[in-house]
Ligand binder design. Structure first.
Ligand code: HEC
Ligand code: HEC
Length: 241
């Protein structure tokens, strides 16, 4: 009796473990399938994988770690080329940010894709692109995959621009009507002395709808990267009170 009970228990325990791990193992391929299915929204314009060719858009083989607007033989908009010169490098994170609303992330770029609102969809898609975009010459399947160790996130890119605090002070005139120098007022957080990486990240999150506050979304919509860099340099240079 006792032995039987023990067996049942341990069987149940084993079963729970097995269920967990079978489920875990299945999770990755399911997400990859989802990513591949979602690439259907890009496929009309983009080819990916070894021997990929340009279509309406540049081919995306080896796109991870590539400087924006840099593939030979494709005529990019000047906005895309300028974004690359400013330091934009494609990674899962920057592609994710771009496809939320391509026109807002790089104003003036020519990709006519309305955007992908669902963060889970974007994660599945960019994960699949990361796994599929090989960056290997077609004739050498063993060649290493190139990954840039350059700036990899929006925050890094804007930080590298080393904003001008005096220009930031000038621009801040539009902000301090709400964000009081002296600190909190009426539920408006103080932004005096915020560290630049946090500040930049926050503005980026309003830009890309990760943060939903309508007032701030409206304020950041028209700020360029150089303006965000200047504002971050200015506010981070002030002493918090
Ligand atoms: C209607 C056609 C079209 C669709 C759909 C489209 N793209 Fe694009 N894409 C373009 C064009 C055109 C460009 C080049 C834009 C420029 O030069 O301004 C581009 C550029 C890009 C770039 C930059 C590549 C580089 O070399 O710098 C990435 C990354 C990208 N697209 C990803 C995607 C993803 C992911 C999807 C699907 C969610 C998608 N695109 C859907 C047309 C499209
Ligand atoms: C009309 C009032 C108003 C103006 C003008 C305004 N903000 Fe804001 N700001 C807010 C409010 C309200 C929040 C809090 C929103 C939230 O909860 O996400 C906020 C949040 C922020 C945050 C995030 C703070 C944190 O602790 O995470 C930053 C950074 C910021 N604003 C910067 C700016 C900058 C830079 C400007 C000028 C370009 C500006 N704001 C102009 C009202 C304003």
């Amino acid at each position: 009796m006792l032995l039987g009970g023990g067996n049942i228990l341990s069987f149940a325990g084993w079963h729970a473990v097995a269920a967990c791990c079978i489920w875990l193992a299945a999770a990755a391929p399911a997400d990859a399938d989802r990513g591949e299915r979602l690439f259907g929204e890009c496929k009309a314009c983009h080819d990916i994988g070894a021997n990929a060719r340009h279509k309406v858009g540049p081919h995306l083989d080896g796109v991870i770690g590539r400087v924006a607007g840099s593939v030979d033989g494709f005529r990019y908009s000047s906005a895309m080329v300028a974004a690359g010169r400013k330091g934009l490098v494609w990674t899962a994170a920057t592609i994710d940010a771009y496809i939320v609303r391509p026109r807002e992330f790089i104003p003036g770029n020519r990709m006519s894709f309305r955007g992908m609102a669902d963060a889970g969809d974007r994660a599945a898609l960019t994960g699949w692109i990361e796994a599929t975009s090989t960056a290997r010459p077609a004739d050498d399947p063993n060649a290493p995959v190139a990954v840039a160790d350059e700036a990899t996130s929006f925050t890094d890119i804007v930080l590298k621009m080393k904003g001008d605090p005096e220009y930031g002070e000038y621009l801040a005139g539009e902000c301090v009507t709400c964000h009081q120098q002296s600190g909190r007022a009426d539920g408006i957080p103080s932004i005096v002395g915020l560290p630049a990486p946090y500040f930049i990240r926050a503005l980026f999150e309003y830009k890309t709808n990760v943060r939903s506050n309508e007032v701030m979304k409206l304020r950041v919509q028209n700020l360029g990267n150089d303006e965000i860099a200047a504002l971050a340099a200015y506010f981070s240079s002030l002493e918090p009170r």
